[in-house]
Design a protein around this ligand. Sequence first.
Ligand SMILES: Nc1ncnc2c1ncn2[C@@H]1O[C@H](COP(=O)(O)OP(=O)(O)OP(=O)(O)O)[C@@H](O)[C@H]1O
Length: 983
Amino acid sequence: MAAKGSSTGRKTTKSPAVKKTGSKSTKTTAAKTTAKKANTTKNTKSAPKRETTRMPESRERFGDSILDEVILIVIIVISAVVFISQITSKMGVVGQVIGGLFQGLLGISGVLLPVLVIIYCIWMLMSEERKWSLVRAFGGALFLLTVASAAYLFHPLNVSGDLGFAKKAMELFDSGSLTNGGLIGGLFGGGLFGLLDALGSVIVLLAMLVISIILATGRSFFGAMGTLADHQKVRRQVRNEKIKNKADRIRQEEKMEAARLEKQEAKRRRVMNKEDFNIELHEVEATEHPEVKETVFRQKKQDYSVKKREPIYDFVKENEMPMEEPKWDFNVVFGGKLQVDELEQGTQMPPKSTERFKVVEPLKEVAKKQEPVEMTEEEAVYEKIFGEDNTVENMAEETPEEAWDMESRAAALAAEAMRAAEEKTDFHFADLEDAEETASPEMDMPEVEEPMAEEEMPVEEVQPVAEEMPTDVPAAEPAKPEAQKETAQQPAAAPAEPAEKPYVFPPISLLGRDPGNSSGSGILEQQKNGRKLEMTLKSFGVEARVINVSAGPTVTRYEVSPSQGVKVSKIVNLADDIALNLAASGIRIEAPIPGKAAVGIEVPNKETKSVYLRTVLESDAFRKHPSKLAFALGEDITGNPIVTDIAKMPHLLIAGATGSGKSVCINTLITSILYKADPKEVKLLLVDPKVVELSVYNGIPHLLIPVVTDPKKASAALNWAVREMLERYNDFAACGVRDIKGFNAMKEEKGEPEAKMPQIVIIIDELADLMMAAPGEVEDSICRLAQMARAAGMHLIIATQRPSVDVITGVIKANIPSRLAFAVSSGIDSRTILDMVGAEKLLGKGDMLFYPSGQAKPSRIQGAFVTDKEVEQIVDFLRKSSRPGYTQEMVDQITAVAKTASGPSEETDEFFEQAVDLILEKEKASVSMLQRQFRIGYNRAARLMDELERRGLVGPEEGSKPRKVLITRAQWEEMQSPTEENA
Ligand SMILES: Nc1ncnc2c1ncn2[C@@H]1O[C@H](COP(=O)(O)OP(=O)(O)OP(=O)(O)O)[C@@H](O)[C@H]1O
């Protein structure tokens, strides 16, 4: 079909030429009887000539017409006749003549000649390349000559040497047959043999054979050899590929099998966990927010773990953190004396838990083994607070100068003992006694076991029994009941007697120790990911090398150095593709890493690791930090502890979606202060409109006033803070100093250390709630504090889960330079907090971007983790060892401020009269004008405008135009006068 089609096509293209030729021959030859035939003949003959100009493509092709095909068929038939005539005598006389002629001339080659011709013609018919080739014909002839000569050499004819050439030739011709080379073979082969003998002749003939084949086929001999080699190479490659694929398949199957097994194992573990945990719907004890409910996973009630208030955190954490079970309690309380069997006997620990209470070497001995280290004065003090050798024995050996320490630590130990007993029995000593009065350094340790033995009884029964035998408990003399929780909930009613009592730093053992078993990404995984990263970038045309890898607790950073001419933005744009190739949940790209000629690609670890607050607090960075406001933030991307100074920030904005880790961060901040600063040096003002987050701190000595939960009071507290700040400025001016440092240094010099000013940290957990309640006042106070409080030693920490512009207003943002962003839901939120995207890529659970003032770019940090339970323990300890620092007087003072602060805003805004003056002066009114003029928030300005409208002073809203002022100054004065008269 194709051949037919092409032949039709060819005919169509050829027709004009045919026509032209026809007209030309008509002109030259007058009488043409068979014009068509003549035309056709002429056409075939003259075609090559014409086609040089008109149809160059068809000139090269033989067989474009049917006639060509006919010619080829005729040639094939003639060749067949020649061939048959030579192999049989049945072709008659003609056959005999033809046979004799060909065999006489060529011998065996006479048979090969028609065969070759037939093959060639068939090839011509089949092939697309239809052109006669002289070279091929020559190659064929050479081949026949070679064969004939070879036949002569192998089968020489016996020709008499005496004959002349003509006779000799006749004889060769006559004796030509299928077994020899005939006349031509005899002449050429004979000549060759005569000249080169047998070997030389064979070599020449072989050479001729190769040349003839090359010429006839048109294929290069060496090319063919090369192709053969290539074919073999390709075949080998294919075979290798197949083997590789098979290996890959097997590996894949193995992987899938491993994944399946892992899944099964995980399922099994989940089932086991489910058996261990009950799901309870826990209603938080906040009566003001009865709708607040959380689903928590709690360990099944065990006789030793029943407690009224359980911390709320997810069960994974509970599993991960062995500190939940007070291994360290026993170290500290019993100084390593208590043995496992005693414990088991006394506490009825379940077998799983007792593993953790292994025999602990007495700490004193451990201390002895340690090499004496030279300590600075500060470290020595620190060691007293943080060291684990604060056992009773050690305390007994202490000098009288350290008596305060002994006393306070005795209180601490008593508190520990009580807490341990409480944990075991659900019995709260706080309900019965005053820990301070009963603390005694000479505690009789074994007695401690007795209340624990009560554990064997059902929990319900423990309480009455405990009440009946208070003397059984070492630090449990009957005392006036002091309801600590009531203190927490009704702070104003907690008058604190001003008792001069030194602050006892909470022991570090109250915080859980890092078990150190979980790891970040392994080295192998890092190498694999590094290679994948390079390959991925390469596949997108980015030449880059991974030059360094830093593995942090939750993410691993690959430092990629791009080649010359690669745009950094190109790598940044590939973030999603890289995440896809590394099968990562999401990656963040830091381009470039500040101070390095590399781009940081942060990939989440498959296994994340919690950063324990204790680890950071025990680090030199925290211990040796000179500031009392050192904040143990967490660990950076390389796993180094990060400690920052709140005093330098000087104010901090913390924002992040719900559940991202803000509250834990605030807890670590407060805990850092509790471990670093005496209440005389640092005071806290905690504002918690959410009620549940910070109320736990009620009763600690650092608090200026009890935790403020009422938004109205919060705004009053901020007003108080502003006044305090201004008073401090007055004091500075009076003393001729510039800031709190100068003031305190001066007082120290004068020998009046008690007159020193404490630094104040104001912490607001959830700004959004405050902004809703009293937007204008809160914004005003925050701004004034943020602008001026630094020198006065007052610092603001503001947290919010709503990073929107109506909460974090431009004014607030402009005045709070340091930012801490936790995971947020969108790039827009990230921009609101950090002025750049990135926080939306964070992983949650304490993964944060810390952007302090003065730093070029935010740095990624995994926040330290402190559990609610640990916080409770620390607070319990502080409550028992010291008194709250606030007085009723102070609380009353703030309440009074609250009244005045809420007074005018409830009725008429304090700016009302000034607003009237302003609109009368400008003869127009708009909310933005009021905002600008009085520096108040939108809500307050809008309320002011509503009030103006209600009183008929301004007209209604007119879209974007300012409102009309409906009265004149004279009218307003008239309106005012009767009021004044009444007044
Ligand atoms: N640094 C951390 N390390 C490990 N896990 C953490 C860390 N911070 C928080 N988490 C986990 O995240 C959970 C939620 O944290 P947190 O309560 O602080 O969130 P939040 O941002 O305060 O939420 P909300 O705004 O709703 O109060 C915690 O219960 C804890 O399991």
